[in-house]
Ligand binder design. Sequence first.
Ligand code: MSP
Length: 501
Amino acid sequence: MSFYVTTPIYYVNAQPHLGHAYTTIAADVLARHQRQRGEDVFFLTGTDEHGEPVADAARAQGLEPKELADRNAEKFKALTPQLGASNDFFIRTSDKQHMAKVQEVLQRVHDNGYTYKGLYEGWYCPRCADFKVENEILEGDRCPIHLIELTREQEENWFFRLSSFQEALEKLYADRLDFVMPQHHYNEAHSFIRSGLQDVSLTRAHLTWGITVPWDPSQVFYVWFDALLNYYTALSYARDGDDLTDEFWPATYHIIGKDILKFHTVFWPAMLMAAGIAVPRHVFVHGFLLGADGRKMSKSLGNVLDPFEVMNQYGTDALRFYLMRDVAFGGDGAVGMDAVRTRYEAELANEYGNLASRAIAMITRYRDGAVPQVETDGELARDFDGFPSRVAALLDRAEPTQALELIWQRVRRLNRYVEERAPWQLAKDPADAGRLDRTLASLAEGVRAVSVLLHPYMPATTARLLEALGVRNTGFDGAAYAARVGVASVSAIEPLFPKRS
Ligand code: MSP
């Protein structure tokens, strides 16, 4: 089976921030999990470089758009490995191959009769690079997202006959109840469609920073259509000399924030249908990370939690864990440094970190580091029974927060087990040697199994721990708690989550 997951491609008019990191990390957890299961995975992220916002930002800094794009694309590109993201390719919409493919696909849309020339007039937000419809506009003709004043714009454009897809989109939504997830975002997209679709502008006349319209070189494509097509074009050139489209298209999951729902759940499937290309399987829409002021985090509002600061202080894996744990994926949630510290100390250091170091320390102290090769405890086995497949089912539905909660319940179960069995008491009486053996074996096996499941969330930390347990297999088949212990011996390890000042 193939699994293709994407993030939005990020605008290069600004610096990377936690919102971008959030989507990338979530997509990475899904990609890593599917790889564990032996699926053929392709994970794509990248940058969106054309259009008005970038041209404007470049002008304001006295740069050419391409110079600004090159500079900022580097920062986004550097961020992905820093986040531990395992993307298979990083697309830039200024890539020549992307540009040529966009022209090819949209020419087909034109040839298929889904375009016409018309006059467009509307309220336009230069930051969104989008015209706003009347009912979205705030008082004083302001953008609902950026709160800035909108401008009235009129120009001759090529239009996309979105209205021709009214029935086809309604049918798509009727046939595929999981096309948009979670449910409330499906409902939102569905009612937008049912309220009646209007044609949309496909090209821009006054802009040169974009992809030229092949049948009318005086225009460039509206940046959103150029950008959406990245998901499709990347597969054709990501691997030198190899076209991966047949293998990975249609995409399994587009992971996006709710700010760009309409583009992905309405325009995008219609555009694909117009070009005769299959529509993606799922669009998963997550919520906003909110600043301490309860507003969406954004540079322009100045309420940003800096991912680099979190990583410097607590490490990449702590950032990944925090974001997947503290904000239920699919909903909104406030984030802040205090909450990071609390999760780090209370859960990572005191629960998981402590569990790992206690297990290793006791096996070292009482059994010289050799894990007793005896049957594991049936009671613990019962609590672990069937749970990897429940985790997998949740991650198949792109629910990393709920999956992590299930895993964490097992981390807590293991800590309770240590308290209940009190190996330090058993060690005092030679008559309890058998029980001590069983306790230590069960503990080693439990720590191993939860670490395999935590691997997609905290790849570096779990790899270090599994190495100390002498375990090489991080595959999903190793996620089950087995009767036969999977750990032979343990070696000492530095604390996984050291105290921070
Ligand atoms: N370039 C477009 C997307 C084109 S995709 C074909 C764009 N770029 S963006 O840089 O503004 O990134 C938007 C995405 O970044 C959101 O959809 C979301 O995935 C992520 N986030 C940005 N700010 C965010 C929050 N405050 N909270 C959660 N996610 C955020 O839109």
